[in-house]
Design a protein around this ligand. Structure first.
Ligand SMILES: Cc1cc2nc3c(=O)[nH]c(=O)nc-3n(C[C@H](O)[C@H](O)[C@H](O)COP(=O)(O)OP(=O)(O)OC[C@H]3O[C@@H](n4cnc5c(N)ncnc54)[C@H](O)[C@@H]3O)c2cc1C
Length: 425
């Protein structure tokens, strides 16, 4: 496709979180840029589990998106996009108006996936935004004051399920009448991680009323009961749904995908494979080399998509998106933290400073003035010593060990265990 050179092209960015806000701050001032999002807040999703224990407050995890967009010299519209017509270069808004574009960046993330489980949308709280996680924290406080036993069911033993369990234990582990069950479809917790964190988590939970039910799925959810496929019925005063995300319906509705379960197919330069003036950034994009949907990839994709639009405008060749290797940090309340970095998996509470410094650094990059108002100054000693690591793209074992007492989890043990399991099967 040959792009017509206009003196002041219009770029519409749909979605103002990690991908969209990075794009707006990267685009040149020569564009007319309009950012559309139904919520006026940037939400730091990787930190929302800490709302459950009250370690973080909603205001600490939010920034004003219109302010960030205005500071970049552009315009924010608070509305929901209901359809994109890529053949006509038009975006249709919920308020009935439409906007035309020369380029569009779609950064709408994904949506909760309840896999069609009856009752899950109505009776389970999705662990997906600040409002819901704050609500979970408040409900737990109420249940902790009750005189009778309270039952919490967490659906999903992936990163989010483990992080929410850790925060519940951080705050409520001494309240014996709060009983927690975690349901996981696979035969171990954190199945996607190449080390045996499962046995670590179980060891930490031994003193507390926590039960893990693996190799089971949820069949139905009602107001007070979770029904499992293995026939079990679990009492539940609060059901927390952490089990996965699926593509945003806007992708299929706008003709970017052929089925509802497909993420947007893009080229290496993040352009849609058919509609070359539509770029995708973040979770919405299906990028072959990106194996997990993470905020740091969304940030890098927002940057890459915007740079490529800048390059088209300047008549330069486009550059491919190259995912940077970054560690995955999984916190388990105040009991432990795990860092999965390339070939090794480390454990130790001292690693939690790494998660905190990533949070403070991202917030500072989006809103340098706003973060000072929140009292975050990258000043705490533990956080400061983790800063060089958070800025680095390579995470050496020795550098991570300097953060404090850590344990190297043996991947070979996990391999042997899996081999034994296979033989047994
Ligand atoms: C509980 C949880 C924990 C996580 N932990 C980590 C972690 O530790 N580390 C990590 O790197 N990543 C983590 N992630 C993943 C990370 O948050 C995502 O990868 C990241 O948010 C993706 O950014 P995005 O900009 O693509 O989409 P999102 O952040 O999902 O933002 C999408 C934006 O699009 C807007 N939008 C949606 N529909 C429309 C529409 N129709 N019109 C206009 N706007 C629309 C939304 O309002 C939202 O602002 C976590 C996610 C969750 C939910």
């Amino acid at each position: 496709m040959v792009f017509k050179r206009k003196s002041r092209p219009t770029v519409i960015i749909i979605g103002a979180n990690f991908g969209g806000l990075t794009a707006v701050t990267t685009l040149l001032k020569q564009f007319t840029v309009i950012v559309v999002d139904p919520t006026p807040w940037f939400e730091y999703l990787p930190g929302i589990h800490e709302l459950v224990s009250g370690v973080k407050t909603p205001s600490l995890l939010k920034l004003s998106s219109p302010k960030i967009v205005r500071r970049a010299g552009h315009r924010f519209i608070k509305d929901r996009v209901v359809q994109i017509l890529p053949d006509k270069n038009l975006v249709i808004m919920k308020n009935g108006t439409s906007l035309s574009y020369d380029f569009c960046i779609v950064a709408i993330g994904g949506v909760k996936n309840t896999f069609g489980t009856p009752g899950a949308d109505t009776h389970a709280v999705s662990f997906s935004n600040i409002e819901n996680c704050h609500f979970i924290g408040k409900q737990l406080k109420i249940l902790s004051k009750a005189k009778t036993p309270s039952h919490i069911v967490i659906v999903g033993g992936g990163i989010e399920g483990i992080e929410v369990l850790g925060e519940i234990l951080r705050k409520f582990k001494d309240i014996k009448h709060i009983r927690i069950r975690l349901i996981e479809r696979e035969n171990r917790l954190l199945n996607e991680i190449p080390a045996d964190i499962d046995s670590e988590i179980r060891k930490h939970c031994r003193p507390y009323p926590v039960e893990f039910i693996t190799e089971a799925s949820v069949k139905k959810v009602t107001g007070k009961t979770v029904f499992l496929t293995n026939g079990k019925r679990l009492k539940s005063d609060l059901t927390i749904w952490t089990a996965g995300a699926k593509p945003h319906p806007l992708l299929l509705l706008s003709g970017f995908t052929e089925t509802a379960d497909q993420w947007a197919p893009v080229s290496g330069t993040l352009q849609h494979i058919v509609h070359k003036n539509v770029f995708f950034a973040g979770d919405a994009a299906d990028v072959p080399d990106v194996h997990s949907k993470q905020a740091y990839h969304a940030i890098d994709m927002g940057h890459c998509a915007a740079l490529n639009i800048n390059r088209i405008h300047s008549g330069k060749a486009l550059q491919p998106f190259k995912p940077r290797p970054k560690p995955i940090i999984v916190s388990f309340g105040d009991l432990d933290t795990y860092v999965i970095a390339g070939d090794f998996v480390l454990a130790g509470s001292a690693l939690s400073s790494l998660k905190e410094v990533v949070f403070q650094k991202v917030m500072m990059d989006f809103d340098p003035a706003g973060i000072a108002l929140k009292g975050l100054h990258l000043s705490n000693r533990a956080v400061r010593s983790a800063l060089p690591l958070a800025l680095s793209t390579t995470f050496s074992l020795s550098a991570l060990k300097r953060l404090g007492k850590v344990r190297l989890l043996d991947k070979r043990k996990e391999k042997t265990k899996r081999m034994r399991q296979r033989k047994h099967d």
